[in-house]
Structure formats: C-alpha cells, structure tokens
Design a protein around this ligand. Structure first.
Ligand SMILES: C[S@@+](CC[C@H](N)C(=O)[O-])C[C@H]1O[C@@H](n2cnc3c(N)ncnc32)[C@H](O)[C@@H]1O
Length: 245
C-alpha cells in the first residue's frame, strides 16, 4: 500500500528523470550501453531507471534500494523486473556480478558515498563500467528572481541527511573508492516550460515541507510563477556525472 507521501516522492522521481534525459543519453553513449549485458541500479527508488536500462542492455537490469517501501513500489509497478532489498553497508550481490553499475540521485543520500562506490566497484566485473548518472549541486543553483532557494533547499536537504553539494565531490569520492573517473557537469534547460516549472515546484514543496512554512512557500511559488509568465525567470541546477571504466 503506497501512502500519499511515498506516492508524491515516486511521482517526483519520474519528473526528475526528465531533467536528466540528455545527461543520461550522453553517459550511455560513453559507456556503449548496447554492448553491456547486466546492469545494476543502486538506490533505484521507484524503479523507472531499471525499466529504462532493461530496454538498453543485452540481458537484464536489476534494482536495489535500502528502503523496503521503494522495493515494494518498484515490484508493484514493474513485476517483470528484479528488485532486491539492500543494506547500507553491503550490496547484496557477489563480486563481479554486473558489467554496468549505475546510480542516479543516490550518492547525495548515501550515509557514506565512498563506501557505497567501493561496493559498486566490488560488484562490477573486470572491464565493467561504474557511473553516477546524475548528482545535483544545489550550491551552484542559479536563479532569477532571487528567491533564496539555493540556501533554503541546501539547508533542508542537509537537515534530512543529504549532501546538497554532492555534484562537486564526485571526482574526490570516486578517487577515494579506487575509481578513476571522467566527470562532467551539465543541466536541464535553463528556461523551463510549464511542465518543468510544475516539476520544479513539486520538488521544492517536497523538500521544503516542514522546513519553510506554507505561507512563505506559497509566496515564493507565486513570485516564481509570475516571473515565468512575464518571461523573466531563469533557474539552473548543475547536475554532475562521473564514469569509471
Ligand atoms: C532521491 S532517491 C533517487 C531514486 C532513483 N535513483 C531516482 O533517481 O529516481 C535516493 C534513493 O537512494 C536510496 N539509497 C540511499 N542510500 C543507499 C544505499 N547505501 N544503498 C542503496 N540505496 C540507497 C534511497 O533509499 C532512495 O530510494
């Protein structure tokens, strides 16, 4: 049974996937995804990326997550795919089980991202690829008009246990896990369409709920939407990727 908050998170994850379409396509080309056989998505959330990977690799894609509610939701939505409950300290797979191991918006939430990357390395076969497809860096968020969202969202994420500046740390984290990474930074479109604006506010509302009072949230959203209608709005969240082979 999926409660309202989980449903909102799952809907947000699918919206968020739109922000990173171009980024994923770029990384998929680099790792020649069509030549890969078995893929693992670490921190798979609602499973949408596992479904995407299953359509691209030769044999199978598997998802794992430490949150049992996410695993249950993934299994309900994609009963034909494999989802495995994971442990923060150890991925539940034998060494060298996959020739592609990815994550997407996971490292920022990992209690120990270097240890998680070391586990991703362990379950990757020799010659396999390990990729962080997208990790955000809210410290580099650009916005106009200035609503103060960079600081508000960074503080709210940090209070929830996430690292809001994960993006800039990818080279360091990969290196400390013994992985030599190629990295890059990019973003979605700087000017959102209406659906993008709705997705952004679905995200901000989820992240800031309980952190910023509803009256202030409504005021910020109204200012942002007015700037959008008047064609004055710009918002850009840097999204970083890293690939090790
Ligand atoms: C923001 S969600 C992203 C979900 C999905 N990757 C997506 O992009 O839609 C982060 C997910 O990572 C999971 N997670 C955090 N630390 C993890 C770990 N050490 N191992 C596996 N999953 C983890 C969380 O439970 C959560 O479902």
């Amino acid at each position: 049974m999926i409660d309202d908050r989980l449903a909102a998170h799952l809907a947000h994850h699918e919206n968020q996937a739109r922000w990173t379409e171009a980024l994923r396509a770029h990384v998929y080309r680099q790792i020649a995804i069509g030549t890969r056989r078995r893929a693992l998505d670490v921190g798979c959330g609602g499973g949408w990326l596992v479904a995407e990977l299953a359509g691209k690799v030769r044999e199978a894609a598997v998802g794992c997550d430490i949150d049992p509610a996410m695993i249950q939701a993934s299994r309900e939505k994609f009963p034909q795919l494999e989802f495995v409950a994971s442990d923060p300290a150890r991925l539940p797979f034998a060494d060298g089980s996959f020739d592609l191991v990815v994550c997407h918006f996971t490292l920022l939430w990992a209690a120990d991202p270097v240890a998680l990357l070391a586990e991703m390395k362990r379950v990757a076969a020799a010659g396999g690829a390990i990729a962080a497809l997208a990790e955000p860096d809210w410290g580099g968020y650009l916005e106009w008009p200035d609503l103060g969202l960079r600081d508000l969202i960074s503080a709210a994420l940090a209070a929830e246990g996430a690292d809001p500046t994960a993006g800039r740390k990818l080279v360091d984290w990969f290196g400390r896990a013994g992985l030599r990474a190629q990295v890059g930074v990019t973003g979605g479109p700087w000017l959102a369409d209406e659906a993008g604006l709705d997705a952004a506010w679905a995200h901000h509302r989820l992240t800031l709920a309980g952190f910023v009072d509803e009256k202030k949230l409504r005021r910020l959203e109204a200012l942002d939407r007015r700037a959008f209608r008047e064609e004055r709005r710009l918002a850009h969240l840097p999204l970083c990727w890293a690939v090790a082979r």
